[in-house]
Design a protein around this ligand. Structure first.
Ligand SMILES: [Zn+2]
Length: 88
């Protein structure tokens, strides 16, 4: 599961000047994996469109039942999340 927080077009040109080098723009997604690690991945423009629709906000939630704070990845701040601590 990828929690995509940003989709952007970035230049992949890395300053390695060769004769026929072209500056290309590539789509990248920035996401958090299930372990909460921030990652980047190159994607095609089609995938970029898909991930744009899947884009989430990284919000901090506070559970009023158990008092624990947790991070949630939601599409809208109005979205209700299940508390991961109360599930046990
Ligand atoms: Zn809770």
């Amino acid at each position: 599961m990828k929690y995509v927080v940003s989709v952007s077009k970035t230049y992949t040109h890395r300053g390695n000047h060769r004769h026929k080098s072209t500056t290309k723009k590539r789509w990248h997604i920035y996401y958090y994996d299930e372990d909460g690690n921030f990652r980047t991945q190159r994607v095609s423009w089609l995938q970029a469109l898909y991930y744009k629709a899947q884009k989430r906000k990284r919000l901090k939630y506070f559970c009023t039942d158990c008092g624990n704070a947790f991070l949630g990845f939601v599409k809208s701040s109005k979205e209700e999340l299940e508390c991961p601590y109360c599930e046990f």
